[in-house]
Design a protein around this ligand. Structure first.
Ligand SMILES: *Cc1c(COP(=O)(O)O)cnc(C)c1O
Length: 386
């Protein structure tokens, strides 16, 4: 059965395989012994390899050990976890925050803690898989609205039974398209129809907004969204997920959220690294400036070459190809040219929208971006994509 299913995936050009990188995930990586330009990590600010962040992980590991020993409520809450949550709450401008071992885990357990089978969820069609899974696990009635379409959301809100508790679920920056959710209009609708918003700002945290607090700061709606989820694994350069909100909400999660209660706390070194990274985000705004400048250089280059870009507003720059086999061919041609950017295919993205999802970081140099563009030009020409 496994072999048959795998063959079927392979025939549809949808088989996935792992590749081992034998270096840090910086602007370049070592793949099969070759140094190539990496254009697919979410390490937007380069903090995964920042000396302050790495040293914080080492020091906390020396002091507190490699593992946390148990779940947080059992004996696993260590000083680095508490410090991280205080830092996160201050950074996000909320009363409190709670961290999880992974962003995926945060979504699949916090949504069911928030809403049950009597509730109603409206979610954007392009929400991250972990949000979809969380919505399904909650048992609430679950409807999707067309991507970014606030008229559609309003129709759904207007038609629902008035007394039903309602959650609107969205990404801040959409992970495979790079566009930003219309948070201001959404906040307006939520207030008008008595619904609440749950935002997953995995990709906005650290890079959007005047001080890097994320999509809500960028859209000026921070006080109007009660449930802010995000990850520590992207711009923050470490690992884990978090929920930020009111002190009562966070205490409620500590008492009811299964993905918090029944899992071992993240290693102390990981928590300390995330705290240090948030401090770097606050102290080195020039990293954000470099990230956005690099993003412009790559986006303009791609447009000039004639690639079909998704309507991105972020350092995620998807080149839409369509068929999975053509996207795979482009990824392979890019690899031959020294650029690593794997194809993203269904079910991660809708059918016929297979793509190369390029991401850029603050640490890429102009020379690396120009070399990547030259590689994209040669690969694109050879496959008649431009
Ligand atoms: C990456 C991601 C997650 C999952 O976070 P992990 O920490 O990698 O488990 C959740 N939501 C979105 C939008 C993401 O991009």
């Amino acid at each position: 059965m496994f072999k048959q299913q795998l063959k079927k995936l392979d025939d549809q050009h949808l088989l996935r395989r792992l590749r081992t990188i034998s270096s840090a995930t910086g602007p370049t990586v070592l793949l099969d012994g070759r140094e190539i330009i990496l254009l697919s990590s979410n390490n937007y600010l380069g903090l995964a390899t920042h000396p302050t962040v790495v040293n914080a992980a080492i020091e906390a590991t020396h002091r507190y050990g490699a593992g946390s020993g148990a779940a947080r409520l059992v004996c696993g809450t260590l000083t680095p976890h508490e410090t991280l949550e205080n830092t996160l709450a201050r950074f996000k401008g909320t009363e409190a925050a709670l961290t999880f071992a992974a962003g995926y885990l945060a979504n699949i357990s916090a949504i069911p803690a928030l809403i049950g089978k009597d509730g109603l969820i409206f979610a954007d069609r392009l929400c991250h898989a972990s949000l979809v899974d969380g919505c399904r696990l909650s048992g609430a009635t679950f409807r999707v609205y067309r991507h970014g379409d606030m008229n559609h959301l309003e129709q759904l809100l207007a038609r629902r039974p008035a007394a039903q508790r309602t959650l609107i679920v969205t990404d801040g920056i959409f992970s495979m398209d790079g566009d930003i959710a219309p948070m201001k209009d959404m906040a307006h609708l939520a207030e008008r129809y008595g619904a609440e918003i749950y935002v997953d700002d995995a990709h906005g945290t650290g890079i959007l907004g005047r001080t890097g607090r994320g999509t809500l700061e960028h859209c000026e709606v921070e006080s109007r969204v009660p449930y802010q989820m995000g990850t520590l694994s992207k711009a923050i350069g470490s690992a884990g997920g978090y929920l930020a909100g009111s002190a009562t909400f966070i205490t409620y999660l500590v008492n009811t959220c299964r993905g918090f209660i029944y899992t071992t706390a993240t290693p102390p070194g990981i928590a300390a690294a995330a705290t240090a990274a948030i401090q770097v985000i606050e102290q080195e705004p020039e990293r954000r400036t470099r990230l956005w400048r690099n993003r412009e250089r790559l986006a303009q280059g791609l447009t000039r070459l004639g690639f079909r870009l998704a309507a991105s507003e972020s350092p995620i720059l998807p080149v839409i190809i369509g068929d999975p086999d053509r996207a795979m061919n482009l990824a392979q041609a890019l690899l031959t040219e020294g650029v690593y950017a794997p194809a993203i295919r269904p079910p991660t993205v809708p059918p016929a929208t297979s793509r190369i999802r390029l991401t850029i970081t603050a640490d890429h140099t102009d020379e690396q971006i120009d070399r990547a563009l030259a590689a994209l030009e040669r690969a694109g020409r050879s496959l008649n994509l431009i």
